[in-house]
Design a binder for this molecule. Structure first.
Ligand SMILES: *[C@@H]1O[C@H](CO)[C@@H](O)[C@H](O)[C@H]1NC(C)=O
Length: 610
């Protein structure tokens, strides 16, 4: 679909001819008065339902009006790859003053009438110094053909034109953000920086070598990724490109529709999701570990069962042994003995209770089986390492916050915008957990420090987090099982940047060849080599930690400390009781010696049974 816009005084004689010609070319034709502002054109350009429509604007006005028109184009950022401006120059002055108003992306052809039906064409080009100039575009003869429709050679082939930048130097806005883009700041005020290494540097290098350009990295003063703010300003990397202070920005930049209102993105070259980074769950405090295998209810039921079994047996024994048999009945055990024996079989494995009576046998069998289960469970559960509950998804965050965990992400990043902009649902809930100052970090490195030092959960993109964690010791971090908010990274170009098309073509080749994965691997290898040589000791310690963390190990004092504590407490109580006994005995002998009688010898309850 093609749209023609004629900008002219409505009473101009040629307009009728031009309008008829446009109409004849099957295009929508719109007439625009030069005094009108370009709001309508802006609406047409930003109409999301027709993103690829070509618009030809034919300008038939005085020099003064034409210049005013292009001032508006600049102010509104109407440069676009799909808009072509055909300007009929009414004076030679226009050729001199117009280029100063143009920015890269405004595709203008100026026609200057040299003779009847013969026009000299000047086409806007960007020189290898980056300035917009009008270059000789040859002659155009009316030839009295039926239409004045732009002929194909009037429209530059942008893909071809930008397949070679002829050594042009582009300004590339970026932040220090290894593994995507590591850079070294050269000058604080100008923000000029030198590239070190990273996935995005590899992409840039591939682009420079094939498209024949060089680049200068510039860091935005606020060091943010940025985007359009409610007050109308644009911050960060996006702001530099939106203000044409840089030609493009590349640095793990998430494509969002908000940002797309002020810059043009290439198609995404990498797709991923966000993840929650927290410290690796620590083993739980072991002081009460002996009690963990069972809940309080099970413990009390075991206690009740142990106490009740003795009386049950006692009743059975007394009921069964009265029957007449030849052999004299064995001496009946006391209730005390029976109860103690039941307890004994809980903890001693070779306890042997023999009986001829079937009811008793059944009781024994079930009781032994019960003991076998309880005893086995107790030790088996103790040996399994238990960990704190990890933060695995967004829904875990409110609970973690109750536990004292703070949530945070990179300041002025698309992630911040995502949570800030949500007005309901889980994103909104999580945003309520953000601290206005401490949650928004200027540098991702700080976040990875904070995760280890404080109770902190960092929201970060996957690949970035994976590589940073690898550098610092992967075993020290836990990554949430559920990732969320899939997003893509693109190169932000100035609005209407004509080189976006050739960049996109190159990026498609790069991603189809799997080079991004390859470069990501390379970055990981660079640092994993470093860490291996830097801290061998750390590596060994890490391996030790891992071995402890992965499976059941032997029971340590830590597991059983409560049992020992119980023992010590028992001994202490016994000691105290003994002391009191001695004291009271001493007191009673002194007061009334006649009352003391030798205490009976300890009963035989602890002796062998049966
Ligand atoms: C790249 O640009 C430089 C500077 O204009 C030029 O000399 C060179 O021939 C170009 N290289 C290619 C391969 O076109």
């Amino acid at each position: 679909m093609v749209t023609f816009i004629l900008v002219c005084k409505l009473l101009l004689l040629d307009v009728g001819v031009a309008a008829r010609a446009c109409f004849g070319a099957w295009g929508d034709t719109v007439l625009l008065n030069p005094h009108q502002d370009l709001g309508m054109l802006e609406d047409m350009l930003k109409d999301p339902s027709r993103p690829l429509d070509n618009i030809y604007v034919v300008v038939l006005c005085s020099t003064q009006h034409t210049l005013a028109l292009f001032k508006q184009v600049r102010a509104r950022g109407l440069e676009s790859t799909t808009v072509h401006w055909f300007v009929l120059a009414s004076s030679h002055d226009l050729r001199i003053s117009l280029p100063h108003l143009l920015r890269e992306g405004a595709q203008v052809t100026v026609f200057t009438k040299e003779a009847a039906g013969v026009f000299k064409m000047d086409v806007s080009r960007v020189s290898s110094q980056g300035q917009v100039t009008l270059e000789d575009g040859g002659w155009w003869r009316d030839g009295r053909t039926k239409t004045t429709v732009p002929q194909p050679h009037l429209l530059p082939d942008l893909l071809h034109q930008y397949s070679n930048f002829w050594g042009r130097r582009l300004r590339v806005s970026a932040n220090n953000n290894w593994p995507f883009l590591g850079l070294k700041l050269l000058q604080e005020e100008s923000g000029e920086a030198a590239p070190i290494s990273g996935i995005d540097i590899s992409i840039l290098d591939a682009l420079t070598s094939t498209l024949n350009f060089t680049y200068q990295l510039v860091v935005p003063p606020d060091r943010a990724w940025g985007g359009p703010q409610p007050d109308g300003t644009v911050t960060g990397l996006i702001g530099m490109v939106a203000r044409h202070e840089a030609n493009l920005a590349i640095c793990e930049i998430t494509i969002t529709d908000q940002r797309e209102t002020v810059v043009d993105f290439t198609a995404p070259y990498w797709l991923e999701s966000l993840t929650l980074v927290s410290r690796a769950p620590r083993q739980r405090d072991r002081s009460l570990a002996v009690f963990w295998p069972f809940t309080a209810l099970v413990w009390s039921l075991i206690g009740v069962a142990t106490v009740v079994m003795g009386p049950v047996l006692w009743v059975l024994v007394w009921a069964q042994t009265g029957e007449g048999t030849d052999t004299p009945p064995p001496p009946r055990p006391s209730l005390q003995q029976l109860t103690f024996n039941m307890f004994r079989s809980l903890v001693v494995q070779e306890n042997l209770l023999v009986s001829q009576d079937w009811p008793l046998r059944f009781v024994f069998i079930t009781w032994y089986f019960f003991c076998y289960n309880i005893y086995g469970t107790l030790t088996a559960v103790l040996a399994i390492p238990t960990f704190e509950k990890p933060v695995d998804g967004l829904t875990d965050l409110p609970l973690a916050a109750v536990d004292g965990f703070a949530v945070g992400t990179l300041k002025d990043s698309s992630t911040e915008f995502l949570f800030r902009g949500a007005d309901s649902g889980i994103y909104h809930e999580v945003w309520q957990l953000f601290h206005p100052v401490h949650s928004l970090l200027p540098d991702p490195e700080l976040g990875f420090d904070k995760v280890l030092k404080d109770k902190f959960v960092l929201i970060n993109s996957e690949l970035n987090a994976e590589i940073r964690a690898t550098v610092r010791g992967r075993h020290r971090y836990h990554f949430g099982r559920d990732t969320f908010y899939p997003h893509g990274y693109g190169i932000a170009c100035t609005t209407g940047a004509p080189f976006r098309l050739s960049f996109e073509k190159m990026l498609a080749w790069i991603t189809e060849a799997g080079l991004i994965n390859f470069w990501a691997e390379q970055e990981i290898q660079k640092v994993s080599g470093q860490t291996a040589t830097e801290g061998g000791g750390g590596g060994v310690a890490a391996a030790g930690d891992d071995a402890e963390g992965t499976g059941p190990g032997s029971l340590t004092l830590e597991h059983l400390q409560a049992a020992f504590l119980l023992l010590v407490c028992g001994a202490l109580v016994a000691g105290v009781v003994f002391l009191m006994e001695v004291l009271t005995e001493a007191a009673t002998t002194r007061i009334c010696p006649s009352l003391t009688t030798p205490s009976p010898p300890m009963s035989s309850a602890s002796g062998r049974l049966w």
